[in-house]
Design a protein. Structure first.
Length: 214
């Protein structure tokens, strides 16, 4: 216990850093994922191509490489931001590709006839998507979206290698101070467990309330 009690402030800073990264990156991933899923089912060919390219590139790019591209590449084009914001961009954009595919799979579960009926009533594509299709698709995508955001929380550990304050990075400080590395990682694992269980609990509540009955 002394590893935890003697360094509670260090663990707390890392824990809060991971929570912030997870929250901000999740918000960005959900926003971009929704946008790209809309593009992928849009009647405009150029939008479908953009959505497909976004998903294809990001899903097949290693996250570490994306971190290098964002944190080291963007400043070369004059975009200088705090490292934490760069990490949010990398995590959010990467995860948005998986959110997009989860949403698109949910959209495909909605019978096509419902979209056709909405259009026959004079609804636009935006109205059909937002008022008819997505409310039904949302119910079926709660579990996969929750799993994706749990993966995002764990992927945030990569940010520690780029001078971003997060939970896994605390091991460097404690190792330099001579603390037992095994117990350091045990408490780090506990911290990640708390975060992932919290996300899981939120999505379990959402699934019980709005999920599709099995």
């Amino acid at each position: 216990m002394n590893v935890l009690t003697d360094n509670l402030s260090t663990f707390a800073a890392g824990f809060l850093g991971t929570v912030e990264l997870t929250l901000y990156a999740s918000a960005l991933a959900l926003l971009l994922g929704f946008l790209m899923a809309s593009f992928r089912v849009a009647p405009v060919a150029s939008l479908r191509a953009l959505g497909t390219a976004w998903v294809t590139v990001l899903r097949n790019t290693p996250l570490t490489l994306l971190f290098f591209a964002v944190l080291l590449g963007l400043p070369r084009f004059g975009l200088v931001l705090p490292f934490q914001l760069f990490a949010v961009l990398a995590l959010g954009c990467y995860t948005s590709a998986f959110i997009c595919e989860a949403l698109r799979a949910g959209i495909n579960t909605v019978p096509r006839e419902q979209g056709e009926a909405a259009r026959s009533l004079g609804m636009t594509f935006r109205q059909t998507l937002s008022l008819v299709v997505l409310p039904q698709a949302f119910r079926s995508v709660i579990p996969p979206v929750g799993s994706t955001l749990i993966a995002l929380a764990k992927n945030s550990a990569i940010a520690g290698a780029f001078s971003v304050t997060e939970l896994l990075g605390t091991y460097k400080t404690l190792s330099e101070l001579g603390y037992n590395i095994v117990w350091t990682f045990v408490w780090i694992a506990v911290g990640y467990l708390i975060i992932t269980l919290a996300i899981s609990a939120v999505f379990n509540i959402l699934e019980k309330r709005w999920g599709v009955a099995r």
